[in-house]
Design a protein around this ligand. Sequence first.
Ligand code: ZN
Length: 216
Amino acid sequence: MTPNDSFAVVRAPVDTTSHYAVDIDVRTADEVYDPAFEIIIEQMLVRLGEDPEREGLKRTPLRVAKALDFLTSGYTTPMESVVNNALFQSESEDMVIVKDIEFYSLCEHHMLPFFGRVHVAYVPKDKIIGLSKIARVVDVFARRLQVQERLTNQIADAMMEILEARGVGVVAEASHFCMMMRGVQKQNSSTITSAMRGSFRDDARTRAEFMSLVRP
Ligand code: ZN
């Protein structure tokens, strides 16, 4: 069965001997997304003491399967499809910075969201990239189970590889639900990580220029 197979709505045969019969509407199986995954989520609801048959939860396994699929879609997004036709020749060697790219990710320890902003800068050698593509590179790595440090490093490494740049700098600032909702329950802390490559690592002035421009 493929996820695209659609199901007909299944209705219970009307039993005229019972006055409840006309109201019986067997659990609608009109949409199935990932049956194996949905069963696991249903079992999780039971384990949590919930009733997966109650109205508000009936379609929850389907919704959760869809949401998690989207939130981890970075695993299967090829970088070529992201960068596709957006690399251009350029003589410029001036720093390019895209500030405040918002991102949403899931921490790999608790599968709870962490989210924030990332600033990405590079000094080109002879290639530049469409600015919106930088945000898409961020999404490819954010939409996985992550730790913020690895996310920051992966963005920097990908930018270096794609652009063969003189240097790349990435700073990420994020709030982690696993710290805010549980554990130490610190709502106002934020975590800042950075990754410097090439001239951003080797040249203190380049790094300082970047940091002064992205400082909140
Ligand atoms: Zn966590």
